[in-house]
Design a protein around this ligand. Structure first.
Ligand code: UDP
Ligand code: MG
Length: 321
């Protein structure tokens, strides 16, 4: 298969009402850019007419490539499948509901042309419900704190990636992930630009509170073992307190006699505290090991080479087995 310059990846879940308006705006923009392109659409288990409408579009536009999931696997899994299928040197991801204006694609590609390997975006004048805006604010804050990645807007999926960043993203093995944060791990010169944002004019958002929460957990657990580390800190604190309190009870028992200590009851408490503390410490230690196992099994490359003079070096890093 021939390579193309640009691949546009679009995940779709029940977007029948948006297909015609989307392609009416997208294809003129792409043709106007004068680069070779393809559009990879992933039907994420839609239950409406999305797939048959896509097939109709393909009959007129051979640049369209359709992947259809057996069932709904989620937006990030869909984008990942699109990355694996993409042949372009540049890849741009886009939502199907026209909340991300396709007219922004040339500006994103301009940054890629300048040599940036990842073009992040933040939404100007966001047109979302106050519930979504609050959810985004929390997501962005939590994501920054836990992942250590400083992005203004983790949620906007209108982004541009060079092949060099897309490739390692498709090679790692992890069941759940959060694409904007993952891309930052492999980018050498990321840039962040503002993009416009429109209200969803047709259909409804596919993100319920439950789905948003699950996405937030994906983000935290995929990019940080801080919650497990917290167990370790908690373990030390509880163990320290338990030991201290236990010894205090024993000393006071020695000083004030068995009456003060309610005939041995306090001593039993002291022993109990010491054991509880030891248990928490053990949990913390297990947490630390589990965190390390978790990091190993994801098999993210430990490093990535862009260039090497040494033969037989796959350039993938030892983490990738
Ligand atoms: N989407 C998907 N699978 C899902 C949820 C969403 O492919 O499980 C697609 C959806 O069709 C749209 C994009 O991801 O193209 C963003 O979803 P949506 O507009 O519902 O989210 P919001 O804009 O409310 O964040
Ligand atoms: Mg949307």
């Amino acid at each position: 298969m021939d390579a193309v310059k640009l691949t546009v990846v679009i995940p779709m879940l029940n977007e029948e009402a948006n297909i015609a308006p989307l392609f009416d705006r997208l294809f003129p923009v792409l043709h106007g850019m004068g680069e070779t392109f393809e559009v990879v659409v992933i039907d994420d288990g839609s239950k409406d007419k999305t797939l048959s409408l896509l097939n109709a579009v393909k009959a007129e536009h051979p640049e369209l490539c359709i992947l259809s999931f057996a069932r709904n696997f989620g937006q990030h899994a869909a984008v990942m499948a699109g990355f694996e299928a993409a042949r372009g040197e540049w890849v741009v991801t886009l939502d199907a509901d026209l909340q991300n204006p396709p007219e922004e694609i040339p500006a994103i590609c301009e940054q890629l042309r300048k040599g940036h390997d990842l073009v992040n975006t933040y939404r100007m004048g966001r047109q979302d419900s106050s519930f979504r805006l609050t959810a985004s604010k929390i997501t962005n804050n939590v994501a920054r704190r836990f992942s250590g990645i400083t992005l203004r807007d983790f949620g906007c999926m209108l982004r541009g990636y060079h092949r060099d960043v897309v490739k390692p993203m498709t090679l790692r093995k992890e069941f759940r992930t959060f694409i904007p944060a993952l891309a930052m791990l492999y980018a050498r010169s990321p840039v962040e630009i503002p993009v416009g944002h429109e209200a969803r004019s047709r259909g409804v958002s596919n993100y319920s509170f439950r789905k948003l929460l699950s996405l937030q957990l994906d983000l935290i657990t995929s990019f940080s073992i801080a919650p497990l580390r917290l167990l370790f800190v908690l373990g030390w604190s509880v163990a320290g307190l338990g030991l201290g309190f236990g010894f205090l009870l024993l000393i006071l028992r020695a000083l004030h006699g068995p009456e003060w200590a309610a005939q041995g009851v306090f001593t039993l408490f002291a022993i109990l505290f010491i054991f509880i503390g030891a248990q928490f410490l053990a949990f913390g230690l297990l947490g630390e090991y589990i965190g390390r196992i978790y990091q190993e099994v994801r098999s993210r490359p430990t490093y990535l080479l862009r260039k090497t003079d040494v033969e037989n070096n796959s350039g993938k890093g030892e983490g990738e087995k």
